[in-house]
Design a protein around this ligand. Structure first.
Ligand SMILES: *[C@@H]1O[C@H](CO)[C@@H](O)[C@H](O)[C@H]1NC(C)=O
Ligand SMILES: *[C@@H]1O[C@H](CO)[C@@H](O)[C@H](O)[C@H]1NC(C)=O
Ligand SMILES: *[C@@H]1O[C@H](CO)[C@@H](O)[C@H](O)[C@H]1NC(C)=O
Ligand SMILES: *[C@@H]1O[C@H](CO)[C@@H](O)[C@H](O)[C@H]1NC(C)=O
Ligand SMILES: *[C@@H]1O[C@H](CO)[C@@H](O)[C@H](O)[C@H]1NC(C)=O
Ligand SMILES: *[C@@H]1O[C@H](CO)[C@@H](O)[C@H](O)[C@H]1NC(C)=O
Ligand SMILES: *[C@@H]1O[C@H](CO)[C@@H](O)[C@H](O)[C@H]1NC(C)=O
Ligand SMILES: *[C@@H]1O[C@H](CO)[C@@H](O)[C@H](O)[C@H]1NC(C)=O
Length: 398
């Protein structure tokens, strides 16, 4: 057993003068008494860990700042952790595999180096009245939280929420996120609202049935909407630029999407296997540096502004898309708009099923469909315009 080895501030223990306590590395609190003994340490210099052996309620009251981290990992019987005056944790706030934890009471906490909470199946609410507003990264997984009330971030560089099955509402005022935003498997009632989000490095939505990102203007990386069952529409009214790929794949209820300002995608555009999606339209999209790859049950594909597709171009639908295919076949050829391998095929019995993605295409960006499959282009006999398109491509290459 590690002994408590903080330096007790004997000189200032009496009276109201605030204390300063420091430890060389990490102090491990064995029980409630060890936590209570820190009460005169307004600033605790060092890190605090909570022993796995205790089942006490841990109240680190009086401490206003912990310069290092606060860590509780693997304690099987702790139900409550709190700190009534704590405003700032300098490093990681780690709660990992604390199966019985129910109450997290940090009414004054506003600033945390990073938040890493995982494996807290009994944590349903946060008692954080001041709300955490500033952190470098947030990673919350496998909790019982139904909302993020208590966390109201103004700054965060990396954001991951996964496997929080009860989560229903995430509303954050974040504006610019320099790292990735990732949502995955948070149950089927989640509504995500980022009213002020302007930019992020990467954004991935999986299993999110309602998404609002009205201000998003640029993504310095990829933007992916994958397997969001229940998601009926995607609206990105202000997005103009994507520096890597756009993926809209396997969203079974998706009826429409709207990217009215999107002009440039510096990676691939994948719109794959969205069973209920009837049309695909990017009204201002001019340039795709990578491939354009779409398959599904749509009857319309509209790219009226397109002037440069550098990767492959592959459209397959179960519906008749011959009039759009004839538009695209007129635009393809090595010196034309669509420069890579080309296929446009309607009336397919199983769109996307054939080994049809032309070789040399890259469709990076979290595609879950059959993209990037190397090989030849298979043209079914029914896809007349597709055959003509490929013939046109061959003629163009001579
Ligand atoms: C946790 O509680 C259980 C049941 O009361 C007990 O058997 C076990 O020894 C406790 N574990 C620790 C580390 O205190
Ligand atoms: C976010 O980025 C935009 C555009 O670069 C900028 O105008 C805005 O001030 C930034 N917001 C914050 C909070 O940094
Ligand atoms: C969309 O962008 C325009 C022009 O930059 C801006 O005036 C408007 O406020 C933005 N809309 C939202 C919802 O952020
Ligand atoms: C995103 O921006 C950062 C700096 O803001 C830069 O280092 C990085 O290369 C950019 N990534 C892409 C894919 O453009
Ligand atoms: C998007 O779908 C939601 C229901 O999921 C609906 O309330 C909203 O009106 C739809 N918006 C658009 C633009 O279709
Ligand atoms: C097309 O629609 C049928 C019937 O709804 C569905 O079974 C099939 O998966 C859809 N195909 C694609 C690629 O979305
Ligand atoms: C952004 O997403 C792409 C594609 O999914 C991935 O390759 C890349 O590593 C991600 N970058 C970050 C910073 O998450
Ligand atoms: C296509 O979508 C259907 C229905 O949403 C799903 O069952 C199937 O696994 C998806 N296929 C691929 C290749 O993602």
């Amino acid at each position: 057993m590690v002994m408590l080895k903080y330096v007790f501030p004997a000189l200032v223990a009496v009276g109201s003068v605030s204390a300063s306590c420091s430890v060389s590395a990490t102090t491990t609190l064995q029980n409630a008494g060890d936590a209570a003994a820190l009460t005169t340490c307004s600033t605790f210099s060092g890190s605090i860990a909570i022993a796995t052996s205790t089942s006490d309620n841990i109240a680190i009251n009086g401490v206003e700042e912990i310069t290092g981290g606060l860590d509780c990992t693997g304690a099987p019987n702790i139900t409550q952790i709190g700190a009534d005056s704590l405003q700032k944790i300098g490093d990681d706030f780690t709660l990992n595999n604390v199966q019985t934890l129910q109450t997290l009471s940090f009414p004054q906490l506003s600033q945390v180096g990073s938040i890493d909470w995982q494996g807290l199946p009994n944590l349903a609410t946060l008692m954080m009245d001041t709300e955490i507003q500033d952190t470098d990264s947030l990673n919350i997984q496998n909790t019982f939280l139904s909302s993020l009330q208590g966390i109201n971030l103004k700054r965060c560089n990396t954001f991951i929420l996964a496997n929080n099955r009860m989560l229903q509402d995430v509303t954050l005022q974040l504006q610019n996120v320099t790292g990735a935003i990732t949502f995955e498997s948070n149950g089927n009632r989640l509504s995500v609202d980022f009213p002020n989000l302007k930019s992020a490095q990467n954004i991935t939505f999986r299993n999110v049935p309602a998404i609002s990102i009205p201000s998003l203007a640029s993504v310095n990386g990829s933007l992916s909407f994958i397997e969001n069952d229940g998601l009926q529409n995607i609206s990105c009214p202000n997005l103009t630029r994507l520096d890597q790929s756009l993926s809209i794949n396997t969203n079974s209820a998706l009826k429409s999407f709207s990217f009215p300002q999107l002009q440039t995608v510096k990676g691939a555009v994948n719109v794959e296997n969205n069973t209920a999606l009837g049309s695909i339209s990017f009204p201002k999209l001019t340039t795709i540096f990578g491939a354009f790859d779409a398959y599904g049950n749509f009857s319309k594909v509209s790219l009226p502004a397109i002037s440069d597709v550098r990767g492959a171009f592959n459209i397959q639908s179960s519906k008749d898309i011959s009039s759009d295919c004839s538009t695209f076949s007129n635009e393809q050829g090595p010196n034309d708009v669509i420069k890579g391998d080309y296929q446009c095929a309607g009336s397919q019995t199983r769109p996307g099923d054939a080994n049809t993605t032309p070789s040399g295409t890259s469709s990076s960006g979290g595609s879950s469909g059959k993209t990037g499959a190397a090989g030849h282009i298979e043209i079914p006999a029914t896809a007349l315009t597709g055959v003509l398109g490929v013939l046109a491509a061959m003629v163009g290459m001579l």
